[in-house]
Design a protein around this ligand. Structure first.
Ligand code: AMP
Ligand code: ZN
Length: 491
């Protein structure tokens, strides 16, 4: 008896025991137990968008997967998270595109940073603790400091005003990408930010000024940073030094970007740069091609929304395949995601409509098992498909129990608390509900409320008037008072 009561209280309060987290580490090619190095806070760096165009849904596959990692660290493993996600707002591509558009670099990249904010909000990405831009002065200065440390440690040389990293000075170079040292070309160097594994060479840390490129001079000569130094320096600066706990991005970044980041940070500090390296597999097009801006075969979040799909369905589709497996993007796949989401929301709606009946010990036991299993799946290298399997088993059970009259009103709260718990990690149900709230305010209701607000103001009941405005605001309707009367628009 008391056991059942305690269980119900625990389930209602949403309390669950933190799970031991296991994560696949690209560095060791193994799953390893994860705990933060310092206290309870996981310090994580995510390579963010190169803002030369609006991010595509391939980029967002990585960002959604890493959002699930962030939420799992918090809500399943019970850690705090300090996460940094940068914007690469100076590199080969941003420079070329801003010149082509004849817009100053900073102004050019501003618009794609704003677009990222919109898409991230549509997809329910949690805000991270810092979004540094490479061209912020304090970041440029920290890059220069790291280059100076590399110079004094003997890892660099200069040529024509540029500074290069000499890979032969670091025997560990290649440990992440598992490069074959025999294939490396000592002395040969590469200036471009992106190149292949076969082309492992000395790479540029600071590029000498040219007439076409923006330039800064903070101590290693006039020029601009190479792409790789940006992330090493920003991670170091904003996550309180090495080693950080987790460094993450898409698989295309393993080489050269992350290999070079390790070389720079470890060459400068003599300490391990990141304990864990997490890489998300690619989103592919149906035909198997990688979705990439440079190939021109991309869809953005607004492209998907224009076809009538909800962002919540896109988020579901992006997270439903394990992050270490490639995901083929199809419109049919989005339809399936939509169906899956509807099954969840329909079950929740049935629960809400339930009246009467008694509490059932069986329900509490089922919910307890589902919550435990869900957390176990997620803690095991983010097994989201496994977690969704557990969630849908609970959906099936709930539907059957309602049909059989074996689930009563007193059981509803604990079932709902379980779905809330799943959704703290998945972030799809709340997103769908927010979309419906926004979409659902009919025009005549808005106009009726505006009239009520006018009446409230006329009788000087400003509290009521403000209440109506705030309520509409929360439902996505923005009011603007003009001399001609109140106008409204959907946010
Ligand atoms: P970029 O803007 O190219 O620097 O990429 C931003 C992030 O998106 C990086 O973590 C990339 O690895 C990732 N990314 C790029 N293309 C894809 C793709 N097709 N699927 C998944 N992730 C991708
Ligand atoms: Zn990076």
């Amino acid at each position: 008896m008391w056991g059942v009561i305690f269980l119900r209280h625990r389930l209602l309060a949403g309390v669950s025991t933190p799970r031991r987290m296991r994560l696949y580490n690209t560095l060791t090619r193994q799953e390893e137990p994860f705990t933060p190095l310092r206290g309870r806070t996981a310090r994580m760096y995510t390579c963010g968008l190169t803002v030369y165009a609006r991010g595509h849904i391939g980029n967002f596959r990585t960002f959604v997967a890493l959002d699930v990692l962030r939420r799992t660290l918090k809500h399943v493993a019970g850690f705090d998270v300090r996460q940094v996600m940068n914007f690469t707002d100076v590199d080969d591509r941003t420079i070329v595109e801003s010149r082509a558009a004849a817009v100053p670099l900073r102004q050019y990249t501003d618009r794609f940073i704003a677009a990222f904010g919109e898409d991230a909000a549509s997809l329910g990405l949690e805000s991270v603790e810092a979004y540094p831009r490479a061209t912020d002065e304090e970041n440029l200065r920290s890059m220069v400091e790291m280059i100076q440390a590399l110079e004094s440690n003997g890892h660099t040389y200069r040529s024509d005003g540029s500074v290069y990293f000499r890979i032969a000075t670091l025997p560990a170079y290649g440990k992440l990408a598992r490069l074959d040292h025999d294939g490396m070309k000592p002395g040969a160097r590469v200036d471009s930010d992106r190149y292949d594994k076969d082309d492992a060479r000395d790479f540029v840390l600071w590029k000498a000024t040219t007439a076409e490129e923006p330039t800064w001079d903070f101590g290693v000569g006039p020029g601009r940073p190479g792409w790789h130094i940006e992330c090493s320096a920003m991670a170091h600066r904003l996550l309180d030094g090495s080693p950080i706990d987790i460094h993450a991005g898409g698989v295309d970044l393993v080489f050269p970007h992350h290999e070079n980041e390790i070389a720079q940070a470890e060459g400068a500090t003599g300490r391990t740069f990141s304990r864990f390296w997490v890489h998300v597999e690619h989103l592919l097009l149906d035909e198997g091609a990688k979705m990439s801006k440079s190939l021109g075969n991309v869809f953005t979040v607004p492209d998907v929304l224009e076809r009538g799909y909800r962002a919540s369905a896109l988020r579901y589709a992006l997270l439903s395949v394990h992050y270490r497996k490639q995901l083929r993007f199809t419109w049919g796949g989005l339809d399936q995601a939509e169906e899956a989401l509807k099954r969840i929301t329909a079950c929740l709606a049935r629960l809400e409509a339930l009246r009467g009946g008694a509490a059932h010990a069986e329900v509490a036991a089922r919910v307890e098992t589902a919550r435990r299993d869900f957390d176990d799946r997620l803690a095991h290298d983010l097994n989201v498909p496994g977690g969704l399997g557990v969630l849908f088993e609970l959906v099936r059970y709930v539907n059957t129990a309602i049909d059989a009259g074996e689930l009563g009103r007193p059981d509803v709260a604990i079932v709902r608390a379980a779905f809330d718990g799943f959704d703290r990690v998945l972030g799809v149900i709340a997103l769908r509900q927010a979309e419906e709230t926004l979409a659902d305010v009919p025009v005549d209701e808005i106009e009726r409320l505006i009239a009520e607000r006018r009446a409230a103001r006329a009788r000087r009941d400003f509290a009521a008037a403000d209440g109506i405005r705030d309520d509409l605001d929360a439902r996505g309707i923005l009011l603007e008072d003009t001399p001609a009367g109140t106008r409204w628009q959907r946010k």
